[in-house]
Design a protein around this ligand. Structure first.
Ligand SMILES: Nc1ncnc2c1ncn2[C@@H]1O[C@H](COP(=O)(O)OP(=O)(O)OP(=O)(O)O)[C@@H](O)[C@H]1O
Ligand SMILES: [Mg+2]
Length: 379
């Protein structure tokens, strides 16, 4: 017993000595740190890809992946001009502000309409990157744009990058990034047709050998669908509803399926302001009436796709018959979208595996492969 107590005492002594030594070592380190300035690791220049969409903005950063995926909305204080919220937080303030703050969407119908808000949005996202590790000013920036933006609009995007202090910036078309981000190898002599139905615009493009062969863009997409739903509810039900409510109707019961099984038909209750009395009122909206509203914008997308197909060189047309059409973008999530196109165009249609993030994911390859069509980055 006495022997055991002796051993316990010895172990305790050893523990005390070890603890004392650790304190001394820490004090020593602190003194050395104060005396010697330890050089920091050099900051890295990075590759940044931005899908600046009408509805959502996504930012890809090399080595990190997608670091931002939120609504394209900015809130700023009108007196100081200071940004105080961006993304989903700012989107919740839309239509609910007072006169001291402004909530802006930088894009309208696929193009930048408020350059100040666009700059504030990107600046905010990039300021979230650790400045000790990443040197944003030394980075390469890729901004994606709809296929039909003018030279002036392209220049304003490049100027935007320069305003952020980034010299090395370039622009690529969204369809190109989207098709690559969907995992389709466009770096072969094989034609692919891609339809991106976003919030503000729908882009249709045929791609082969790493670039766009034919493309067209129309300003008919998710926002137009919401607008048509708002008009329909006002006209048929005498009720004024907000943009958000119309979008909710589209997302929850929107369909372009030709046949709706009455047993499975979905209904939705929505509230708004009565056209005549001005009082709040709630109504029930049916899936069938919304289907009839949504068919019109989808027919317009079919028309633009036909125009693109008519301009497609015959060899590539033959490829498209074989490989089919790919869809992406939030608008392609409307129920029955792929069947609708397949029926109207007589070509099989597949949904992108990542319809909402494909463009941002595609920037990763485009940043690596910048302007070089001869390498095959998909290998
Ligand atoms: N489940 C859904 N069903 C129907 N529509 C949807 C669904 N989810 C999102 N959307 C719609 O998709 C649109 C946003 O899509 P997306 O994020 O691809 O647009 P964007 O890239 O911001 O716009 P753009 O490319 O036109 O500038 C919105 O109109 C939204 O209402
Ligand atoms: Mg988009």
């Amino acid at each position: 017993m006495a022997r055991k107590e002796k051993i316990v005492e010895q172990v305790q002594n050893v523990e005390e000595i070890v603890a004392e030594e650790a304190v001394v070592a820490q004090e020593f380190d602190e003194i050395v740190e104060d005396l010697v300035e330890v050089p920091k690791a050099p900051r890295e220049g990075i590759q940044i890809g931005i899908d600046l969409g009408t509805a959502n903005t996504l930012v890809y950063v090399s080595g990190r992946g997608i670091v931002f995926n939120e609504a394209s909305v900015v809130a700023y204080d009108l007196e100081s001009g200071e940004t105080f919220a961006v993304g989903n937080e700012a989107a919740r303030m839309l239509g609910r502000t007072h006169d001291k703050i402004q909530v802006s969407k930088p894009l309208h119908l696929g193009v930048i309409s408020d350059i100040k808000a666009a700059k504030a949005l990107i600046e905010w996202v990039l300021s979230g990157l650790d400045p000790d590790t990443y040197d944003v000013k030394e980075s390469t920036l890729l901004i994606c744009c709809p296929s039909e933006v003018t030279m002036v609009e392209r220049e304003s995007l490049i100027n935007l990058a320069h305003d952020l202090g980034i010299e090395d910036a370039f622009i690529e078309e969204e369809v190109k990034a989207g098709v690559i981000g969907s995992g389709i190898d466009i770096f072969t002599p094989q034609g692919n047709l891609f339809i991106d139905i976003g919030g503000g615009s729908t882009d249709v493009g045929v791609l082969s050998l790493g670039d766009i062969v034919v493309s067209e863009s129309i300003r008919v997409a998710g926002s137009r669908m919401d607008e048509l739903i708002q008009k329909h509810v006002q006209h048929e039900h005498g009720l004024l509803i907000g943009e958000k409510t119309a979008e909710k109707i589209k997302q929850e019961i929107g369909t372009v399926n030709e046949r709706l099984d009455p047993a499975d038909e979905k209904m939705i209750f929505v509230a708004g302001r009565d056209n005549t009395s001005g009082l709040p009122r709630e109504i029930e909206v049916s899936q069938e009436e919304i289907r009839d509203v949504l068919v019109e914008p989808f027919e317009e997308i079919v028309k633009v796709t036909m125009r693109v197909l008519e301009q497609t060189p015959p060899e590539l047309s033959a490829d498209i018959i074989e490989s089919g059409i790919y869809t992406c973008g939030g608008g392609s999530l409307v129920e029955g979208c792929q069947n609708f196109f397949a029926k109207r165009l007589g070509i099989q249609v597949q949904q992108s595996p990542s319809p909402l993030t494909a463009i941002a994911e595609g920037t990763k390859v485009l940043l690596k492969n910048r302007g070089n069509y001869l390498v095959k980055p998909m290998d």
